[in-house]
Ligand binder design. Sequence first.
Ligand code: NAG
Ligand code: NAG
Ligand code: NAG
Ligand code: NAG
Ligand code: NAG
Ligand code: NAG
Ligand code: NAG
Length: 625
Amino acid sequence: MIHIIFILIKLFSVPLMASVCIFVVLSAHFHPVLDLLHHSAAGVLLKVKWNVKRHLRERNTLPKIFAETVRRHGDKTALIFEGTGEKWSFRELDEYSNRVANLLLQRGFVEGDVVALFMENRSQYVGLWLGMAKIGVEAALINFNLRLEALVHCVTISNAKAVVFGSELTEAVCEVHSSMGKTVQMLCSGDLDSKRVPVGTEISPLSLCVCSLIHGLCLSDRLFYIYTSGTTGMPKAAIVVHSRYYRMAALVYYGFGMTSDDVLYDCLPLYHSAGNIVGVGQCLIHGMTVVIRKKFSASRFWDDCAKYNCTIVQYIGEICRYLLNQPVKDIEQKHKVRMALGNGLRQSIWEEFTSRFNVTQIAEFYGATECNCSLGNFNNMTGACGFNSQILPFIYPIRLVKVNEDTMELIRGPDGVCIPCKPGEPGQLVGRIIQHDPLRRFDGYVNEGATNKKIASSVFKKGDMAYLSGDVLIMDQFGYMYFKDRTGDTFRWKGENVSTTEVEGTLSRLLDMKDVVVYGVEVPGAEGKAGMAAIADPERSTDLEKFGKDLEKALPPYARPVFLRFLNEVNKTGTYKFQKTEMRREGFNPSIVSDKLYFLDPSRGRYVELNKELHSGIVSGKQKL
Ligand SMILES: *[C@@H]1O[C@H](CO)[C@@H](O)[C@H](O)[C@H]1NC(C)=O
Ligand SMILES: *[C@@H]1O[C@H](CO)[C@@H](O)[C@H](O)[C@H]1NC(C)=O
Ligand SMILES: *[C@@H]1O[C@H](CO)[C@@H](O)[C@H](O)[C@H]1NC(C)=O
Ligand SMILES: *[C@@H]1O[C@H](CO)[C@@H](O)[C@H](O)[C@H]1NC(C)=O
Ligand SMILES: *[C@@H]1O[C@H](CO)[C@@H](O)[C@H](O)[C@H]1NC(C)=O
Ligand SMILES: *[C@@H]1O[C@H](CO)[C@@H](O)[C@H](O)[C@H]1NC(C)=O
Ligand SMILES: CC(=O)N[C@H]1CO[C@H](CO)[C@@H](O)[C@@H]1O
């Protein structure tokens, strides 16, 4: 078999980015050349693509790839559960998952069945879904914070035949048991306390027997479902196929130059792709030891890292800021962590984070579970979340296209095709969908309607199809991509676009790293949306006078929040992202919002308390904004 591949060589003499392209003809197993490609973004993609093709050819699946990892690493520690300190070797994880597989077979589950997995973080979690994967049973990974309707919704849309739950969640399961339908089996992992189970509720203990097996599946089969926490409405179940799992884990492994000797600290929830794929995937596929923590703890973070000799830590959302918020202590520098891997590190705290915690590399990447447009900042470029070659755009068909940032509607040219952005112009990230290419397929959601909203046609050229990321990014002239804002979060005020992410970063810095959530609220009669900042300040320690002055220096007038809302705590998702929908809906009406509200009085240039009288003045248009 002859393959033609493109080799990129970075010319270090030319600032940052200038790649030359050489065409080489290679035989399929010429790996040293691939290693050469290691550190260029396109090289990483080619390598991963190559591996995916090989796995497809060899009819490998994730369980088979894992079997290979077990063969290589056997008694090495695969998972450590911080909490009990329990350690599992690769062999033990394998045996546990085999028992799961056997049990499910005995209970009559077959390939293609769906089983919901509802439990808190621990090693068994990985063993359970892996065991299901071994016999082609698809796990629906349910957020363990869900209760009542949301829980029923997630189980129901997955068409699960059974729910496997952790004994710690017995009560939550009993609450919804009757709404779930008699045909859904309830299996409890751990010690079932029968006193907590109401009479008439049918729950069976999950008792496991030993023997091993792997079924013949294929890399493009479904592995499990992950629920995306949409900004609006109920969660959607996104499909993860074996090849996607492999690809996501492999892209960061090769892209960021990890090795199987690294020890990764994973304190993210396992029902999400960051924790379960990007994190745990390094264990299953690459033989890395992964330390799992039930729940992120800012105060224990560096102690854990030092205790387990972790070399890589994962972060997401606001986690880095919570770490910076902790009092300084020795241990935060006395660890072996060389890399922080994740997404959502704000540019405003990037350098403070690396210097204070002595972490030399930020491995920031971008990519939603269901998205076909992942990016990685493989070159340790401050503030960037990814890179896309400007010279060889065909290697990775993603681009930024012009959108109305307010509504996220695509802006199209006269020919009906989307307009690509120039360097420096913000645009929505889109990825071309090529169904027959396993690296570029879109697997979509379980629900067809949800899939349609994420796909548009005539994006790169007439008649094609592309995945819409929903996020606005900016690319510089070299091809580095910078995250600008989340879906629909940018709003217009005084004819300018306000990026809530940027304003949040600035305000939080001015306010000693407090949680700050920025969003736009509608004011009758005013065009666009007025900015509002919800600030978590339980002690009410904010000096408004000083804050107002600092703000004048830090932000242009249109970006300064017109309203402030002080509360004890802001709501966050399981992945430490802020929830704004409810607050946006409540607006700035003091008779709806019970928290203290302030208004930036333009004539006095300072914040004043927003009472009912002032509110009606604003609504009637008497009070200028
Ligand atoms: C961490 O490394 C030290 C020295 O290299 C070693 O003594 C210790 O056992 C290691 N700890 C763990 C949990 O592996
Ligand atoms: C910071 O990390 C480097 C390399 O990992 C190490 O050599 C150095 O001692 C660390 N600094 C402190 C203060 O621990
Ligand atoms: C990454 O960048 C930071 C500062 O920009 C630098 O201190 C660090 O050494 C770099 N790390 C690597 C691995 O190049
Ligand atoms: C704001 O965004 C829109 C597109 O969403 C763009 O047309 C407009 O030029 C932007 N305005 C400014 C001032 O950047
Ligand atoms: C586009 O979507 C497909 C299907 O899910 C995915 O496999 C592919 O990798 C995506 N494109 C990119 C650039 O990742
Ligand atoms: C936070 O979440 C709780 C429970 O879902 C809800 O009752 C409350 O209104 C939310 N608070 C805000 C400020 O959105
Ligand atoms: C295995 C393990 O330690 N599981 C823990 C998961 O979390 C629950 C509740 O927080 C604990 O009770 C379990 O012991």
